[in-house]
Design a protein around this ligand. Structure first.
Ligand SMILES: NC(=O)c1ccc[n+]([C@@H]2O[C@H](COP(=O)([O-])OP(=O)(O)OC[C@H]3O[C@@H](n4cnc5c(N)ncnc54)[C@H](O)[C@@H]3O)[C@@H](O)[C@H]2O)c1
Length: 382
């Protein structure tokens, strides 16, 4: 290794006063990378992120900057974009505003990294991918689930051939998001999530994730069948006012893949949890099965598979939770941080980063096809 040298990389962090921006991107990724002494590159250099926070509300930006000891913030995005000392633009603002922000940043020559969905409309999502590619800037979209410990453990099993032939996947995602009518139980998610006109909806939110999860782990999605529902018609917003829920809050979906693996994902903010995690995927293969959660993964081999006999007249003699072994994922860091480090290495060292705006657009396209399937009541080719 050559001598250690620290190199600064200026990052504009836009719309990070929100939930994801603050928790996952600022605190657990960029500030955590700073705390660990930067991103270590192969040649021994260390890349030190230098963030500036941008947004509309000076008070919120100041409070956030002071709370976490970030030196710089600004409400004048154009001035910051004009500053050549910042080479990366990151966006975690509300979905409807993203494309406009990305376009301005690309025009200013910045490399682009952003939250999903990259847009609400697939045409816009593919267009902004084109714009970034034509401009020749590096670009990426958050696909955090790929680096979760549970999924890392699943990948290890899959590489070892544990499953034999994978047959099917049952994803269960969701939890009870309080509608807020009871003052003692306010909603724990932003109200825009339940308004279509503000970029909300279960399908646009979660089918973007299911696209890259399924494509990367099980096979490229070829067809979708979805039924969507808005189970709760009214919720209470951040100001305590009732509003009409115009977006789907639940989606019941089947996905066919080019490998023949059938994936079935239920996604709902109107379910109470009695399972191992807020997201679980049951993967069944000819030689073994796994329950893949966010942080943990349990496996059952063919040898440990019980032999149930149908008899509803007696309590089950089998404990179906026995015979599953927890799989060690190995050392795991925060999933968002891992992807940030890979993106920064891509920017400075041209290391591979396949999780581009174009890949993100495929998630937006799947969401649109899912809604089309719901409207038509039929399978739609992807
Ligand atoms: N990767 C994931 O797992 C994941 C999870 C949740 C949300 N998200 C995505 O992250 C984004 C933010 O979601 P959230 O839950 O943090 O929402 P949020 O409402 O908590 O935050 C949105 C942020 O955008 C800011 N904002 C809104 N309009 C803006 C504008 N015109 N200019 C500048 N800033 C603006 C808000 O002030 C706020 O800081 C969404 O696109 C959402 O889909 C991703």
């Amino acid at each position: 290794m050559s001598t250690e040298k620290t190199e600064r990389i200026g990052i504009i962090m836009n719309g990070v006063t929100g939930r994801m921006g603050t928790n996952q991107h600022l605190v657990r990724s960029i500030l955590a990378i700073r705390e660990q002494g930067g991103v270590l590159l192969e040649d021994g250099r260390r890349l030190m992120p230098d963030p500036i926070l941008t947004g509309r509300n000076e008070g919120k930006l100041k409070a956030l900057a002071e709370k976490y000891g970030v030196e710089k913030y600004s409400t004048d995005l154009d001035a910051v974009l004009a500053d050549d000392s910042y080479s990366v633009f990151f966006d975690a603002s509300g979905t409807p505003y993203r494309v406009d922000f990305l376009e301005r940043a690309i025009a200013a020559g910045k490399h682009i990294y952003c939250e999903k969905p990259t847009a609400v409309d697939p045409a816009e999502a593919f267009r902004i991918a084109d714009v970034a590619e034509v401009a020749g800037v590096k670009n990426g979209t958050v696909q955090d689930k790929l680096w979760l410990p549970g999924i890392q453990a699943f990948r290890k099993l899959k590489e070892e051939g544990f499953f034999g032939e994978i047959l099917s996947v049952r994803g269960e995602f969701g939890y009870w998001v309080f509608p807020g009518h009871d003052e003692a139980q306010p909603a724990q998610r932003p109200s825009w999530n339940y308004r279509k006109e503000d970029g909300g909806g279960m399908i646009i939110d979660m089918h973007c994730h299911w696209r890259y999860v399924i494509d990367n782990l099980f096979g490229e999605i070829t067809e979708v069948f979805t039924h969507a529902a808005t189970h709760l018609p009214e919720r209470i917003d951040e100001d305590g006012k009732p509003y009409v829920c115009t977006a789907d809050d639940s989606a019941y979906a089947l996905f066919k893949t080019d490998t023949g693996v059938i994936c079935q994902f239920n996604s709902s903010w109107d379910v109470r949890v009695r399972r191992d995690d807020l997201l679980t995927m049951q993967v069944d293969g000819t030689k073994g099965s796994a329950i893949v959660g966010l942080r943990k993964c349990w496996a059952q081999s063919a040898a440990n598979t019980p032999r149930p006999v149908w008899n509803p007249d007696i309590d089950s003699p089998i404990d179906f939770y026995a015979g599953w072994e927890e799989v060690d994922p190995g050392a795991c860091d925060n999933a968002f941080k891992i992807q940030w480090e890979l993106f920064l290495k891509h920017v400075v060292n041209d290391e591979a980063f396949p999780w581009s705006l174009r890949e993100g657009a495929k998630g937006v396209a799947l969401a649109a096809k899912s809604l089309e399937s719901h409207e038509a009541g039929s399978w739609i080719k992807v």
